[in-house]
Design a protein around this ligand. Structure first.
Ligand SMILES: [Zn+2]
Length: 405
């Protein structure tokens, strides 16, 4: 199992992955969608844009280098839809969704269908076709970066729980395929263990799993509605415990040397929309104590995420990357205030662990609260806003941890 207490990664100045796409790339992707550009045209545009965003990250002093998710339309990519046993359904019946799950609710309110609907139709099995895009994304970064930087290449992947919470009891998988959630998740765990091994074999040493669903359990309204849903055979907090157990089982088989982080946020959609809110307080023990993952990338940029108090539960052998700079809103945060917030967070960590504030700071990094473009259309910020935010993250890290990457 990969050890906790991991550093570099996470680096002191971090980011969560996706970056704004250049217009040129968006235009080629739209043309490709309309069959007016070839696969080769799209790849060439992606290669060019990825090279530029990699250079920018290096110029700005970031070390966990990512491809900006430029080869994806949405942050979750195409992994799930390419697994054996999973199928994308076009025009899904709205009745299959739990309408109170915050992102589903946001779409249904506007009479939109919830985004891409991928459901289990047969036994879920690992498929090389699912890994293909991830491997190609890593390989291009390996091609353009010097060998000594390969260990810090960061790949984001979707959560193992991604296609579960949104579906009503009995709709996430056919009952003749899996008799219950435990059988379903046993196969999902095997698939994710295999995927991480495959990525490791291709040289990946730094992975971030994006799991916005976990933050839904911070929202007492969603929890109440979940618990009042007569179809549900489990309470919301027990389901969260199950999800955490899924991660812990995956982690049992992670190769030594592969750094794993999980990113949580309350949604980060086109035009800077979020889906849910609520402090980490409700889930602090489960998230920080029970979840055996070295690093958490947590949203803390606005009041919808609450204060740092829950960090008292952070054990001394885990890292937290504090997302105190907003990727959703263009206004640049004040430098001194941002530095002060990091110290404030460290005080809470110290209070819980009994260690000094200085030792607690050693568990901390700083980043934007989410990516700048979870959806390829991007947030309501400009390129210059994004660069200014990234520079601020670097400056804050340099002030608190001078000389550290
Ligand atoms: Zn996020």
């Amino acid at each position: 199992m990969s050890s906790l207490n991991h550093r570099n990664p996470p680096f002191r100045a971090e980011h969560v992955g996706s970056f704004l796409r250049p217009d040129e790339l968006l235009q080629v992707r739209h043309a490709w969608n309309d069959k007016k550009a070839t696969d080769a045209d799209l790849t060439a545009a992606e290669d060019k844009a990825v090279s530029q965003i990699v250079r920018l990250q290096q110029d700005l002093g970031f070390h966990g280098i990512n491809d900006g998710e430029y080869r994806r339309h949405m942050f979750w990519g195409t992994f799930w839809s390419n697994l054996d046993g999973m199928e994308e359904i076009v025009g899904p019946d709205p009745e299959i969704f739990r309408a109170y799950v915050p992102d589903v609710a946001a779409f249904l309110e506007k009479n939109h269908k919830p985004g891409e609907a991928v459901v289990c139709t047969d036994k879920i099995r690992y498929s090389p076709a699912a890994s293909k895009a991830h491997i190609e994304q890593i390989q291009y970064l390996q091609k353009i970066l010097p060998k000594e930087k390969h260990d810090s290449i960061k790949l984001t992947i979707p959560a193992p729980t991604w296609y579960h919470l949104r579906y009503k009891e009995g709709k996430a998988y056919p009952k003749d395929v899996y008799k219950d959630d435990d059988e379903y998740f046993a196969d999902v765990i095997a698939v994710f263990q295999k995927e991480l091994l495959v990525l490791y074999d291709h040289g990946l040493r730094n992975v971030q799993i994006d799991d916005p669903n976990i933050c839904y359990f911070c929202n007492s309204k969603m929890v109440e509605e979940f618990n009042n849903d007569p179809l549900n055979m489990i309470k919301a907090d027990d389901l969260l415990a199950k999800y955490i157990d899924v991660y812990n089982k995956i982690m049992e088989n992670v190769p030594q040397g592969l750094h794993v982080g999980i990113h949580l946020c309350r949604g980060n959609f086109v035009k800077s929309r979020h889906f849910t809110e609520g402090s980490y307080e409700r889930i602090a023990v489960q998230l920080l104590e029970d979840l055996q993952v070295p690093t958490l990338y947590l949203e803390f940029d606005t009041e919808i995420a609450g204060g740092f108090g829950p960090l008292q539960h952070l054990p001394a052998n885990k890292n937290v990357v504090l997302g105190v700079v907003s990727s959703e809103y263009p206004k640049l945060e004040d430098f001194d205030h941002t530095v002060a917030r990091i110290y404030e967070a460290a005080q809470y960590i110290a209070k819980g662990s009994g260690k000094s504030e200085k030792e607690s700071l050693n568990q901390v990094s700083v980043s934007p609260q989410c990516g700048f473009a979870s959806h390829s259309s991007g947030n309501a910020v400009t390129w210059d806003d994004m660069v200014a935010k990234l520079k601020l993250v670097r400056r804050v890290a340099d002030k608190i941890w001078p000389g550290e990457p």
